[in-house]
Design a protein around this ligand. Structure first.
Ligand SMILES: [Cu+2]
Length: 145
């Protein structure tokens, strides 16, 4: 029916515009997160601004890259427990301008003074050495148990 589509199409456009506007509004005014932490499976009506939620929050670990290298180190991790590293390189006097962890396909640049998130889940126990791109001359250690 052409009559309906003439009305409905503009309505849809308005609705979409409103949704986009309100989504932007959400990111700006940092109102307290009222949402219950739900183990989001595939939520069909996920907010477009947010990446897919994970089942359970990963453990967040802050790491610095200083003149001494990656700090702190060693760090104990648990096999199967997702972790989110937040790495901040705070010096230019290092060649560790990235983090390399081949076993988990990680090779991530670390710009100066910018926190960079790297997520992975250790899937085997033992010592896990990460480091700079030059054969891990500068390195750090995860102990996975
Ligand atoms: Cu190096």
């Amino acid at each position: 029916m052409p009559f309906f589509s003439k009305i409905i199409k503009p309505l849809l456009a308005l609705t979409l515009a409103a949704a986009v506007l309100s989504a932007q509004g959400c990111t700006k005014d940092s109102k307290p997160d009222a949402k219950p932490a739900e183990p989001a499976a595939t939520a069909p009506t996920a907010a477009p601004a947010q990446p897919a939620a994970k089942p359970g929050e990963p453990r967040t670990i802050a790491l610095s890259v200083t003149e001494k290298g990656y700090e702190p180190s060693p760090i104990t991790l648990k096999q199967g427990e997702p972790v989110k590293l937040v790495l901040t390189r705070t010096t230019d006097k290092t060649c560790a301008t990235e983090i390399v962890l081949e076993d988990y396909n990680i090779n991530t640049p670390l710009p100066l003074n910018q926190p960079v998130e790297v997520a992975f889940t250790p899937n085997k126990t033992g010592q896990l050495v990460y480091g700079c791109a030059m054969g891990k001359m500068v390195n750090g250690v995860f102990m996975v148990e």
